[in-house]
Design a binder for this molecule. Structure first.
Ligand code: NDP
Length: 255
């Protein structure tokens, strides 16, 4: 087997929510593997700062600010990328959010905001991208799911529900688009040190529970998700379809 199987040279990759955190780490990793990465988020200035760092390293990068919960903005944003940069070969559906509260107190607006951000956005962006990929008979979809689709944890029921739905969307996409040579897979991150987990990281009791329960004995670092993303974005995974690849330090392996 050759390492060139993992090369993303000549590929264009849209990574949603890539101005910071996991999305930025994935965009940096895909660009190192040769892809022209397109950074997305709602804050143009943040995206431009991130893009500068990638381009300073001599890699190809563009920014595409749009809100992934706004279907019209998604369609316009994807059309603009395809017209001005080129055909999207790889879509990483990463944008997401977390909200914590017991189900008895969870605000209805919070439920809708979370579902719009974590689930409906995946439909909007995937539809806009795959309708262009299908005629080209080539593409990779990588959805960022979560270990939470496999676990029951208190106070994050809407998040768990959204990630469970993303996992099943991934399987459905595999079933429907595989015949067009489009592979759809998901990554299930464990607990990573990002802004999304700021409150949990400050909670010593939680951190102790996590480190004790996770065979790796620690939080994940965002760069540890890059290998899975390159694999699922490259020719190395051409016969892998509908899979949820856990990158969780072994967390979901433990009862
Ligand atoms: P962060 O909060 O650090 O980053 C979230 C990113 O999503 C930001 O770049 C934000 O950009 C973007 N975003 C949020 N809403 C929108 C929107 N409506 N339109 C466009 N972009 C948006 O989170 P993480 O990096 O930790 O999380 C990334 C993904 O990984 C999420 O899907 C999350 O559920 C998942 N995940 C994270 C884990 C972790 O431990 N951190 C574990 C398992 C899964 P901006 O606000 O500038 O628009």
């Amino acid at each position: 087997m050759s390492l060139s199987l993992f090369s993303l040279e000549g590929r264009i990759a849209l990574v949603t929510g890539s101005g910071q955190g996991i999305g930025l780490a994935l965009a940096e990793g895909l660009s190192e593997a040769g892809a022209h990465v397109v950074l997305n988020g709602r804050d143009r200035a943040k995206l431009e700062r991130a893009a500068q760092a990638i381009s300073a390293a001599g890699r190809k990068v563009s920014v595409a600010p749009f809100d992934v919960t706004d279907q019209a903005a998604v369609e316009a944003g994807v059309a603009k990328i395809e017209a001005e940069i080129g055909p999207i070969d790889i879509l990483i559906n990463n944008a997401g959010m977390q909200k914590r509260a017991p189900i008895t107190e969870f605000p209805v607006e919070g439920w809708h905001e979370l579902m719009n951000t974590n689930l409906h956005s995946v439909f909007y962006v995937t539809q806009a991208v795959t309708k262009r990929m299908v005629p080209r008979k080539r593409g990779k979809i990588v959805n960022i799911g979560s270990v939470q689709s496999e676990l029951g944890r208190p106070t994050i029921i809407p998040y768990t529900a959204s990630k469970g739905a993303v996992k099943m969307m991934t399987r459905g996409l595999a079933a429907e688009l595989g015949k067009h040579n489009i592979q759809s897979n998901a990554i299930g991150p464990g607990y990573f040190a990002t802004e999304l987990n700021a409150a949990l990281m400050a909670d010593e009791a939680f951190s102790a529970w996590l480190c004790n329960r996770t065979p790796a004995g620690r939080w994940g670092e965002t760069k540890e998700l890059v290998g899975a993303a390159i694999f699922l974005s490259s020719a190395a995974s051409d016969y892998v379809n509908g899979h949820l690849l856990m990158v969780d330090g072994g967390l979901t392996a433990v009862v």
